[in-house]
Design a protein around this ligand. Structure first.
Ligand code: GCV
Length: 686
């Protein structure tokens, strides 16, 4: 009898747990709300959304009366808001909406609501979608584009499209994101033609009530490609006129259009240098066209030439001489590190170098180099490390955050961009935990001083907590271990992929899995891993010291000297800045070779531990999401094993030293690993 009862109970429990939960609701789960009366000082589409959100999500005192007030207050800036004992006050309708989302977030996470003013760190908090007009997404791992379809003929807007765009805009607004670039930076000029602009307008119409502006990536050669001009020289009057007319046409359709994002003279993209003009000439020409309408140009600094010069130095060398030459509605968009979104890079030295130009950080939410939508990697810790990095431009306290948010230098516009990880997958991001990176980007863009601990805490409560009654048991057995797993996950990925400052040693093309061996003869050197790791019988690592490429000199003191000296260079950047002998004694007394082995081994074991943590929280997670994450962790674990085996066996050919015996033996052979990746194999053979 007892047995029957208990198995019934187990069945009941399982059926609760196995309830379909596909992750589509993100961190915006419907909760059973308490009755509330909402009084708005102003009626608009935006304040009506704010009111509805409160009616649907209020978790405070039942029967409370909340006031939403639009009223000028000098201390409230831009989209900021004030939480008062009565409700929310802001200068704009949108500020009220952001305040309401904050109020609800506090209630749903059980945080105390302290009255105060909450101003955003950046004026523009933008997602960059690398979506192509054929519906594919460059470096996208969550299905096809939510904006674009296969062909021009299928561009008519459906009710399903509109619903999805509204859901997307709401998710963005709920974390403060207020802009989206709708197409790939490797742009197709067609985006500026009528057929596509009509769809852009339709998207903008759905986004507007949530305060999300649309931006477009503009191809520099558009005047020739879609305008029929003979030149795209930015100083040519016909070209200037063409852009002016195009901008006018766009604003006639989309009055709140945000502006252009431009990748110019980079990786084969056209740009002003094709006409012997500078980046400033190109950016300013577009900025002048946008200026009358309040639009901006986000001009990317991701450039590197075909020269032999250290790639990590090139953006700085090209852009620093242009400091002060850009219009005030141009913002230079700079990737967090000097190379390319690697698992760990020091901050780009452009931050803290350009004083008379607005710079905006660009981070990558989509996990191009961090395990796609297969690996669980919470990127907030990486962005926190980056934003809090000291540049020493004006002495201590000149963090990257302060060099970009206007608190150190007056900047007409401030902004931050994240390359989006969103696609048509039902859970939007491919991996349930990849949603936390979208969330974290929004939260840090709003407040660049937040800690990853707080962000993970909030996200887990909003995403996985089933009801407010779940308290200590849930906190101890789910929240604590899973939060710790998230907080450790980026360091684990660094350990099993590229520890101690190694970088760009992933497999070719897909950028998934190890590929330190990949070096086809005809490939440009700075696209191949050996260019970056420089392994030889002496040691490993890229010499960027004063006797090497001297990239260290792009950093202010005391970083310059700190990085330059092998004894003081932090372990995490050691092989970024130094070519280090295999038997070099590390700060902890180990040889470099042994330390490398330990780090790879540690990373693999961290993932195995993540698997255990996740298995243990099964009773607290609905079946569908539990199984998906469990299965992805298995793949991650296998991939971490490949990284460890591949890199250690490959580097061992140079170090000729044994893998310490306490470390798990490789289970793969190097030849097998190389042979089994066809793309890598083909290119290796060339
Ligand atoms: C959109 C890297 C990526 C490219 C990307 C480029 C960029 O090289 O691999 O896919 O192109 O960065 O940021 O422009």
């Amino acid at each position: 009898m007892i047995k029957i009862v208990s198995s019934c109970l187990i069945l009941f429990f399982l059926s609760v747990n196995l309830q379909a939960e596909n992750g589509h609701s993100l961190w915006l789960r419907s909760q059973s709300s308490s009755p509330v009366s909402v009084i708005c000082s102003k009626k608009s589409i935006v304040t009506e959304i704010a009111r509805q959100e409160l009616l649907n999500g209020w978790q405070g005192q039942p029967g409370a009366s909340i006031k939403l007030i639009v009223k000028q207050d000098k201390q409230v800036k831009g989209d900021g808001y004030k939480l008062t004992p009565e409700g929310v006050q802001a200068n704009t309708d949108l500020g009220v909406l952001y305040g309401v989302y904050d109020l609800l977030r506090h209630q749903q996470t059980g945080e105390t609501i302290n009255p105060g003013i909450f101003n955003p760190s950046y004026e523009r908090r933008v997602l960059n979608h690398w979506d192509n007009q054929d519906g594919t997404i460059e470096r996208g791992y969550a299905g096809r584009s939510i904006f674009w379809r296969n062909t021009k003929d299928s561009l008519n807007v459906t009710e399903a499209d509109k619903k999805l765009w509204r859901e997307y805009a709401r998710a963005n607004a709920s974390v403060g994101i207020n802009g989206a670039v709708l197409n790939n930076v490797n742009a197709n000029a067609d985006i500026l033609t009528d057929v596509y602009l009509k769809r852009v307008k339709a998207i903008a119409d759905e986004f507007r009530p949530y305060g999300v502006k649309v931006y477009l990536s503009a191809k520099f050669s558009a005047p020739s490609q879609v305008g029929g001009l003979k030149t795209c020289d930015p100083l040519d009057p016909t070209v200037i006129k063409w852009w002016q007319a195009k901008v006018k046409e766009i604003y006639a359709m989309i009055p709140d259009f945000g502006g252009f994002l431009v990748k110019a003279n980079s990786e084969g993209q056209p740009g002003p240098q094709d006409y012997k003009r500078t980046h400033a000439d190109g950016a300013n020409m577009m900025a002048d066209a946008l200026k009358p309408y309040g639009g901006i140009v986000m001009w990317r600094a991701f450039v590197y030439s075909a020269s032999d010069n250290d790639r990590a130095k090139q953006a700085y060398e090209e852009f620093l001489p242009l400091d002060g030459q850009f219009r005030d509605n141009v913002i230079i968009q700079v990737k967090n590190g000097p190379v390319d979104f690697q698992p760990r890079e020091p901050f780009s030295p452009l931050f803290g170098a350009m004083k008379k130009t607005s710079l905006m950080p660009e981070v990558q939410i989509t996990q191009e180099y961090l395990g796609h939508s297969i690996h669980l990697v919470f990127l907030s810790t990486m962005w926190e490390e980056f934003l809090k990095s000291e540049t020493y431009q004006e002495g201590e306290g000149s963090t990257v955050a302060r060099c970009t948010d206007g608190s150190l230098f007056p900047q007409k516009h401030t902004a931050i961009a994240g390359v989006a990880n969103v696609g048509l997958d039902v859970n939007w991001c491919g991996h349930q935990f990849a949603q936390s990176n979208w969330y974290a980007f929004g939260r840090l863009a709003w407040d660049n001083k937040l800690t990853s601990d707080q962000i993970a805490d909030e996200w887990l409560k909003l995403t996985f907590k089933r009801n407010v009654a779940e308290t200590t048991d849930w906190q101890d057995n789910f929240l604590k271990p899973v939060k710790q797993m998230m907080l450790d996950s980026r360091e684990a990925a660094v350990n099993y992929m590229m520890p101690l400052g190694l970088h760009h040693i992933m497999s070719a093309n897909e950028h998934y899995g190890p590929g330190p061996w990949w070096a086809p003869k005809r490939m440009r050197k700075d696209w191949t891993p050996p260019y970056y790791h420089q392994a030889d019988t002496v040691g490993v690592g890229f010499d960027r010291t004063h006797t090497g490429s001297d990239a260290v000199s792009q950093y202010h003191e005391p970083l310059h000297t700190l990085f330059d000296n092998i004894q003081t260079c932090p372990d995490e950047y050691l092989l970024w800045f130094h070519h280090v002998p295999w038997s070099f004694k590390m700060k902890n007394g180990c040889t470099l070779w042994n330390e490398l082995c330990y780090r790879y081994n540690k990373g693999l074991h961290q993932v195995r531990d993540f698997q255990k943590i996740w298995d243990k929280v099964q009773p607290y997670v609905d079946g569908e999401r539990f199984v998906q994450v469990q299965s992805k962790l298995r793949s991650q674990s296998r991939n971490a094993q490949l990284w460890k085996d591949g890199c250690l066996l490959y580097f061992q050919q140079f170090s000729k030293m044994p893998i310490p015996y306490e470390i798990e033996r490789p289970v793969n052979n190097l030849e097998y690993l190389i042979r089994n990746d066809t793309t890598r194999h083909q290119n290796y053979e060339q």
